[in-house]
Ligand binder design. Structure first.
Ligand code: ADP
Ligand code: MG
Length: 475
């Protein structure tokens, strides 16, 4: 019988395929190429060292069994690591490593002295915390859809999230970009989507990572000279969740590598989920080509929750913690803490803690004290309404005039100053500022900010306006 590397490997594959998860087979075995068969040693080519290590760690047994079935007890396996030369100008290289199944590896099969090789292999590409038995998804099961309460402020983002988790990679929401201010539930929702996918599709490889950690890993990989492995690792993920992508601003190396990973995943129908504290139009120092990718899918905003939603979030939390609290206290807290759900929860927790430490009854008085502390500690953000009021007062006009469509120069300037300060002093997006100041679009606001910047460096009188208003608006 004419046995070739290919025929031996095909038989092995058939055996392996029947014994492992389809997704694992696809990920780890389909990319392998059988290269040659000599002296009962089968050489297979794998795409990276990381790949080789993964096989050795997780599939060495099944490899051995299948190979022994084909070639008998003296069978040997030799890995050839072929790095693709897709990045930088590093030469592609090929490296031969024998299977760790050393008893069946003869010394002459080894191209590099074993000792040296050993050392190198003990120092694998490790992404701290990620590379466990399987790729650990890093998801927090406590952040799920069940406890992500729905309200007007999050309905779009939440249902987009549900659509994505029902069909990861299979909707037009790819990438799904969730954006919104601090403490409004971006991280919670991002985890919820991942957790739900893991639940519905256990074979999918899901990975949650903060943009900050991603950046750190990338920098490390450059230092350790295994950037290709880094990229390869991320290209294996089915559902990639990257939290707080605004962190990538100004980091062009990381943006570049993310761009390539993103393209690869997207082309292969993999799902990408991103969160950011800004809308794409407001992101600064993010490369245009990356921004345009962010806009391919859906950008869904998490807005500040209305009073009803705040109350139900609090009630739900108390219920799950098994704590009872009178409605008027809950409503008092919900009424006074508006712009950040994390603080809302923080106030309730501190209220519970205060009452149990001091054996005090939870009453409105105590609630007042706690809320006051929270409101004081978090520097109050001025509202856009307040800014418009202050600016119109300063120029002795009313707010309607400031918002009107007129092109009279002094009114236009007042309006531009209001937009400028709204951008400077609030976290609102350009689009949201525009819609609140006379229903303008984000480009108008951007233009206003630039004009104010220019005028205040060229026009003395105008600079005085800016200075006076800065004083009036400082809190
Ligand atoms: P962000 O990432 O936007 O800063 P987080 O996701 O960390 O915000 O949310 C802050 C806190 O608010 C978390 O404890 C989260 O569970 C809670 N939270 C946010 N949105 C909701 C919601 N819709 N229902 C219940 N809890 C929420
Ligand atoms: Mg977050």
């Amino acid at each position: 019988m004419n046995i070739t590397a290919q025929s031996v490997w095909n038989n092995c594959l058939n055996f392996i395929k029947d014994n492992i998860q389809p997704q694992a087979y696809k990920t780890w075995f389909e990319p392998i190429i059988a290269v040659k068969l000599s002296d009962n040693a089968l050489s297979i080519q794998v795409p990276s060292k990381f790949f080789y290590e993964w096989l050795e760690e997780h599939y060495v047994k099944i490899l051995k069994v299948s190979l022994t079935k084909e070639l008998g007890e003296t069978a040997k396996l030799v890995y050839i690591i072929k790095m693709e030369n897709t990045y930088g100008n590093k030469q592609p290289f090929t490296e031969r490593i024998p299977s760790s199944n050393r008893s069946s590896v003869k010394a002459q099969d080894v191209d590099v002295p074993l000792k040296h090789k050993d050392r190198e292999l003990r120092n694998p590409f490790v992404i701290p915390g990620i590379r466990n038995v399987k790729i650990d998804s890093q998801l927090n099961p406590n952040y799920n859809f069940d406890n992500f309460l729905e309200g007007d402020s999050n309905r779009l983002a939440r249902s987009a999230g549900l659509a994505v988790s029902a069909k990861p990679g299979g909707t037009s929401f790819n990438p799904l970009l969730i954006f919104g201010g601090v403490g409004l539930g971006k991280t919670h929702l991002a985890h919820a989507i991942g957790v739900d996918i893991k639940d519905k599709y256990p074979e999918k490889t899901v990975l949650y990572i903060s943009a900050e950690k991603f950046t750190q890993q990338y920098i490390d990989s450059v230092k350790k000279n295994n950037r290709n492995d880094f990229i390869h690792f991320y290209q294996l993920i089915d559902v990639l969740v990257i939290d707080d992508v605004q962190f990538l601003s100004g980091k062009s190396g990381t943006q570049d590598v993310f761009f390539h990973i993103f393209n690869h995943l997207h082309q292969n129908g993999k799902q990408v989920i991103l969160t950011s504290d800004k809308a794409p139009v407001d992101m600064q120092d993010i490369e245009q080509r990356l921004l345009s990718r962010f806009k391919w899918g859906l950008s869904a905003e998490l807005q500040t929750p209305d009073f009803e939603t705040r109350v139900s979030i609090l009630k739900n939390k108390l219920y799950r913690d098994g704590v009872e609290m009178p409605d008027d206290i809950i409503e008092y807290v919900a009424k006074h803490i508006k712009s950040n759900i994390r603080e809302l929860e923080g106030a309730i927790i501190s209220l519970i803690a205060q009452s149990s430490f001091n054996k005090k009854e939870i009453n409105i008085e105590l609630a007042k004290q706690v809320v006051e502390k929270f409101v004081k500690n978090t520097k109050r953000e001025v509202s856009i309404d307040y800014i418009q009021k202050v600016v119109s007062d300063y120029f002795q006009m009313d707010v309607d005039t400031l918002q009107s469509k007129t092109r009279k120069r002094h009114i236009v300037q007042a309006r531009q100053l209001a937009m400028f300060f709204a951008k400077k002093l609030t976290k609102a997006s350009l689009a949201s500022i525009g819609s609140q100041i006379g229903k303008r679009d984000h480009a108008t606001v951007l233009h206003a900010c630039k004009t104010v910047d220019n005028l205040s460096s060229t026009d003395k009188q105008f600079r005085k306006y800016v200075e006076d208003l800065t004083k009036k608006l400082s809190v």
